[in-house]
Design a protein around this ligand. Sequence first.
Ligand code: SAM
Length: 271
Amino acid sequence: MKETDPATLARVILTGRKYRHLDIPPETVIDLIQHGLDAGLRPEQAVDIAREKLHNIVAPYLGDPDYEKASREVGKFDAFSDDKPLRNFCLTMLESHASTRERIPYLSDFYWKIFTVTGVPRTILDLACAMHPFGIPWMGLPAGTRYQAYDLHRPRVELINHFFTAAGICGEAIYGDILLNPPAQPSDVGFFFKEAHRFEQRQKGCNRAFWQALNVRWLVVSLPASNLTGRFDLADRQRRLVSEILTGIGWPVTEILVGNELIFCLRKENV
Ligand SMILES: C[S@@+](CC[C@H](N)C(=O)[O-])C[C@H]1O[C@@H](n2cnc3c(N)ncnc32)[C@H](O)[C@@H]1O
């Protein structure tokens, strides 16, 4: 491969069948390729590694709803005047993705335990959200709580925005790469669930600067306590990862375990 321009190389991946319809931000793929080239890889190697990393970032194996069908259902506004159809719809959405599916048996407990530590927030950032905003009905948030959800997967972002409007939630879903552009919005709580270990796979050591850049009073990070098959206990590895990221930072940490999720509530001091 003669081409060495990362933007041109990125187009090969972005226009392929696998990613065309997802509209992944080009800067994400350019960044992955640029890191490969900076590490001395040949262009074709850098493209291969970028493909592997993008597969792990988008994680199609974790599941997706049928976005068009879900959007048609959201369009039936009347259904949401009653709490039960709203919750049923949200449960279907939570079930469609492995990260939220395994949280369903513990939903109310999950938020209650977190907010017991952080206090009930009035402003929330949901970082790398996937289908998690469909958990809002179980969060017990006061009316008017501002909810900002971030993801780089366009169909998810569009569906969540459609849902927020239909359900009268004071929120917005924002499309973009949060590692390259960390949200600057001040907030009571930032949720960063089940993604920090993938950030490390994308770029070793990147969590530290990302966590520091966030303008939140509490950063709530969760990681899986065992692997997807439930066979391997990952708790000690996850604690080591969080403590390495926080080396020398000194934010107080409160740890909670709910189901298969190890939750670290980090009290940031710079806000
Ligand atoms: C494992 S899922 C997260 C699940 C969700 N936080 C939860 O626990 O229910 C990963 C999600 O993060 C998104 N994502 C990964 N890297 C991202 C980035 N740098 N910026 C924005 N979104 C990202 C992916 O598109 C995907 O929807």
